[in-house]
Design a binder for this molecule. Structure first.
Ligand SMILES: [Zn+2]
Length: 275
């Protein structure tokens, strides 16, 4: 199957009242485990390369890696850049095979966020790719920085930019290590009433699986970004593997102990959000 765009996987999710997992990739082992999990679940998947991943591994390699996996997968796989802050990062991602871009202008004044996002949408749509924008700001656990999304700004932003998906801030917080988020359903409803595109919640790990499932079924939140709870599973399984094999020193053998647990958890996450 060839690589998909956000539009390809999120529009059917609106019609089918479910959501698609955007899973945070840090390397080959987790990326491969996530795709295997999506195949187990027979559901689409969004592979995401965020700023930490791109700092660790060049975008040219990540693009090839994602496309390699997407082209061989039996389910649609979106090759997505998460939290690009500048136009040039998006252009580089397009050159290296990514099929979807998140441009994060949420720290800018609305007018500048719109102008930057418009430029990225023009680039992406010229290449048949999709764009996720953000309005309001999703902060970080322990660091704050959240600004709830204003429905009026969301409406204007969607109309002016032509984005394919919109990340919003309604109580979701990045990097939460427990399910501590309290989602403002009333605000979410007001945003839904004045927008039409699929909505995205970053900080998905902070929301209880049951809560994510209900939001997927009952609202237009069609993409959940999930990283922290998978990274926690990686840390747990790596430690368990090392404890069980104290003499092991080979990188591939050590990491092999993490792949099956990551695949199991990813499959559960994907299925819980699915139809
Ligand atoms: Zn995010």
């Amino acid at each position: 199957m060839t690589a998909a765009t956000l539009k390809d996987v999120l529009q059917p999710a609106i019609a089918g009242h479910y959501a698609v997992a955007g899973l945070v990739v840090l390397g080959w082992e987790d990326a491969e485990a996530y795709v295997a999990a999506a195949e187990d679940a027979q559901l689409p998947l969004i592979l995401q390369a965020g700023p930490g991943c791109r700092k660790h591994t060049p975008v040219s390699i990540l693009g090839r890696m994602f496309r390699h996996l997407a082209d061989r997968a039996k389910v649609p796989v979106v090759c997505h850049i998460d939290h690009a802050l500048h136009y040039d990062e998006c252009a580089e991602a397009v050159d290296h095979g990514f099929t979807s871009l998140m441009i994060d202008g949420s720290a800018l004044p609305l007018k500048d966020n719109i102008a930057l996002t418009q430029k990225v949408v023009a680039l992406a749509h010229r290449h048949g790719l999709s764009v996720e924008g953000e309005v309001g700001a999703v902060g970080y656990e322990g660091r704050g920085g959240s600004t709830m999304t204003s429905p009026e700004e969301a409406q204007l932003f969607e109309r002016e930019t032509g984005i394919d998906a919109l990340a919003i801030s309604v109580g979701n917080v990045h990097l939460q290590t427990s399910h501590a988020a309290v989602i403002d359903r009333e605000l979410l409803q007001r945003i839904e009433a004045v927008t039409t595109v699929p909505l995205v919640l970053h900080g998905g790990s902070g929301i209880l699986p049951d809560g994510r499932r209900r939001l997927a079924q009952e609202t237009r939140v069609k993409k959940f970004n999930i990283g922290t709870e998978l990274r926690q599973e990686f840390g747990r399984s790596l430690r368990a593997h090392l404890d069980a094999h104290p003499a092991e020193f080979d990188r591939i053998k050590i990491l092999s102990g993490t792949i099956e647990p990551m695949r199991m958890l990813a499959a559960k996450i994907i299925r819980d959000l699915g139809p």
